[in-house]
Design a protein around this ligand. Structure first.
Ligand SMILES: Cc1cc2nc3c(=O)[nH]c(=O)nc-3n(C[C@H](O)[C@H](O)[C@H](O)COP(=O)(O)OP(=O)(O)OC[C@H]3O[C@@H](n4cnc5c(N)ncnc54)[C@H](O)[C@@H]3O)c2cc1C
Length: 413
């Protein structure tokens, strides 16, 4: 038997990759396991935004009043498959409970504590991986189409004020000047200058993975099916064989619930399925990513075209994708960008790993001495992946942490 087994990281999405790299930094030998090639789960298809100014939880106060409209309008940005309703209900009740003014503010603090540190922890990995050409720091704009939406957004800027996030209100003319590709006459926008984006989420993951391998990491493309434990520790991970381990990190995105449960930690993790339509020859170029809250999608110019990414569908991990939802993104965007060509846009669907309070799990196991969890980043996994990896590595070494991990505990519900 191997006297010095490796640390095992389950899941090679952006969170697992960053965790593996920060563990290497801490001197660990690391084995990364994924049934897919690295970066080809949900991390492949996001809008590429490193949203350093994020302060708003999904469950904002008063959200319950907006849900019927969001579900029922034409080209609805949110949908629930009827057959999935009963499974979703417990998660949804917790989601609504998280939307009280007090709890939404607590979530906002927890989200922003990670988001505001995103580049501090991602940039060193990007530099070491030689991936600087994949990162741009040109900000993002939250675009508001109607005066009513913009007035509401201005009220929500109170969250930026409380968290100390620098933002700038753009009136209709300033918005048009900043982003000439938008149709004229939109009400306004909120510019967050500190935000960044990647020109290819997949290429970024692949560069990080190449660094991991170059630093001596091992990758196994296998499915993890369980654990072997003994005396309050996990001794081995079950996949194609039994792999002895020093410690285990569960960073398996939307599938983390199924792996946490046999480790004694049942979690209210569900998936907000999201779609993208990637347009290779869009005919429009954006200065920076644009987010359309009212339509629940973002548009980002990437190295190989314009990506329209977003919408929320509650339908679990098994139902097939709805091609219609990806096509709707094209319809929505054509309404905003005159001359946009979405023909031959390539559709994609992925599984956001979502906790009801919008706060990810970054936690030691309450049951096993050598098990750690990093998942549930919902809409912000690319943003929060690197800081999560760094925190997990510090946690495993019992080193001082830059922030209190109480709000991210796995047993907080
Ligand atoms: C449309 C859309 C747009 C988005 N836009 C943004 C954005 O602009 N900015 C942002 O910050 N975030 C965004 N997100 C969210 C972000 O993409 C996710 O939060 C993030 O990718 C989650 O990363 P992850 O590593 O946790 O999960 P994943 O990337 O899904 O990785 C988990 C991996 O675990 C593997 N796995 C699971 N179970 C097992 C098992 N039993 N055995 C072996 N392997 C296993 C899976 O194969 C997968 O590769 C967006 C998401 C979507 C869907």
């Amino acid at each position: 038997m191997n006297e010095n087994p490796p640390s095992i990281v389950i899941g090679a999405g952006i969170v697992g990759l960053c965790t593996a790299l920060y563990l290497q930094e801490a001197g660990r030998a690391v084995t990364l396991i994924d049934r897919l090639p690295p970066g080809e789960g949900t991390s492949l298809g996001n809008a590429g935004i490193i949203s350093t100014g994020s302060v708003h939880p999904e469950a904002m106060p008063g959200i319950w009043k907006e849900i019927p409209h969001m579900l029922l309008q034409r080209l609805a940005p949110i949908s629930v498959r009827p057959a999935y309703m009963p499974r979703l209900l417990p998660w949804f009740i917790r989601f609504l409970a998280s939307s009280s003014t007090r709890r939404a503010d607590a979530s906002s603090v927890a989200i922003n504590a990670l988001a505001s540190r995103a580049l501090e922890y991602l940039q060193p990995l990007v530099d070491k991986a030689g991936a600087q050409d994949l990162l741009r720091q040109s900000g993002v704009i939250y675009v508001h189409e109607t005066p009513a939406q913009f007035a509401r957004a201005k009220l929500d800027c109170a969250y930026y004020e409380r968290r100390g996030v620098d933002y700038e209100l753009l009136d209709s003319a300033a918005l048009a000047q900043q982003e000439p590709a938008l149709r004229p006459g939109l009400a306004g926008g909120v510019l967050i200058r500190s935000a960044a984006h990647t020109l290819s989420p997949l290429a970024l993951s692949q560069k990080l993975f190449a660094l991991f391998i170059a630093q001596g990491g091992e990758f196994r493309q296998e499915e993890v099916t369980g654990f072997v434990s003994e005396g309050g520790r996990v001794r081995a991970v079950r996949s194609a064989t039994e792999l002895p381990c020093r410690e285990v990190f569960v960073t398996a995105g939307a599938y983390s619930g199924a792996l946490s449960k046999p480790l004694g930690s049942a979690v209210p993790l569900d998936t907000e399925r999201g779609y993208h339509l990637h347009c290779a020859a869009p005919g429009v170029e954006l200065v920076r990513p644009l987010l359309f809250g009212g339509r629940a999608f973002a548009a980002t110019s990437m190295q190989d075209g314009l990506r329209l990414a977003g919408t929320v569908e509650f339908a679990g991990l098994k139902a097939p994708p709805s091609q219609r939802r990806a096509q709707v993104l094209g319809e929505q965007a054509r309404d905003l960008f005159p001359g946009l060509n979405t023909e031959q846009g390539k559709p994609w669907m992925g599984y956001r790993p979502s906790m009801p309070d919008t706060v990810p799990v970054i936690s030691a196991s309450p049951h096993y001495d050598n098990v750690y969890f990093g998942f549930g980043h919902g809409h912000l996994g690319l943003t929060q992946g690197a800081v999560t990896g760094a925190l997990l590595a510090l946690l495993a070494d019992a080193k001082p942490l830059p922030l209190d991990l109480g709000p991210y505990r796995i047993d907080r519900f």
